[in-house]
Write a protein that binds this ligand. Sequence first.
Ligand SMILES: C[S@@+](CC[C@H](N)C(=O)[O-])C[C@H]1O[C@@H](n2cnc3c(N)ncnc32)[C@H](O)[C@@H]1O
Length: 332
Amino acid sequence: MMILEGDCFDLIKDLPDNSVDLVITSPPYADIVNYSSSVSVKKPDEYVDWLLPLFKEIHRVLKPSGSFILNINDNCKNGLRNTFIYDLISRNNKETKLKLYDTYIWHKKSGIPNGSKKRFRNMTEYIFHFVKNQKELKFYMDRVLVPASDNFKKRTKTPVGHQGYFKDGERIVELKNWKDYDLVRPDNVFRFSTASASRDNTIRHPAPFHKDLPCYFINLLTDEGDVVLDVFSGIGTTGISCNELNRKYVGFELNPKYVEFSRKRIEGNLTKQYTINQYDLKDNFIRSWKSITEIENTLGFDSHNHIEDCMRKGNKTSYGYKWKIELDEYRD
Ligand SMILES: C[S@@+](CC[C@H](N)C(=O)[O-])C[C@H]1O[C@@H](n2cnc3c(N)ncnc32)[C@H](O)[C@@H]1O
């Protein structure tokens, strides 16, 4: 594990060519969060010029089998949506050798209300997948297959991934090797929690990943022992994921407070604090509680053992909620 303090645009120059298996990162979004006086907030019209030189370096350090996963979002100004992300993708295609492999949508389990009567709630962010060489790409589909829905099973008469062929305008499907379709390929819409919605590591940073996001792509795109780089490391959530999955982590971060905090966090030198979180049956976060007594006093429940039992099993209660004990924050 290596977290280096400094400007990623400089630090990445010290990494050798073809040395990194996966770059996964979320840069400071244009015009949005201020990460301290040492980190300048970029305006939408200067954003692409600022970020593209880093893309060139990312291409240089990636192994041919490597991937670059970029989580990013835009915003609205003067009643209209900014378009700099489209410029970023289009100019990347022309000005660097990184290739856009795919575009995924992260459908957040919770979003920020905007109060506008003429605009929907924004519940999505972009995840762009770039590669150096798609022919050599590491991509372990078998690790991320998901259970087929009952609906899918009823509808589908074909093996997974087998679309058949066409004869005289009609689809012909051969079922010879057809065994079962319990597991299917996931779709390209991800439903990771936000860190704040899941109450995971909200402390000390305005916009950390929930670790499910880096974990998913590390598992999909790398092997044990591979090198994963987060150029905007923040409080090191990608590093925590690397620890769990036995990958080597390199992180760059400009703000010294985040560097210190993430080093302690990755080394496990912080006290973990848990809360009891209440969800509806669709796993939407409702609110956090400090103790069962607080729940009982506020909601008028008198079933201490029942709630405790439900939390332990991660089960729903007869009151139509789920209760879970989850990591809330780390403290020095
Ligand atoms: C969206 S946050 C990343 C959060 C991270 N994914 C996590 O889970 O903690 C972006 C981070 O980039 C850092 N940053 C901004 N400009 C930087 C630069 N030029 N070099 C290195 N870090 C930078 C900010 O301080 C901030 O912590």
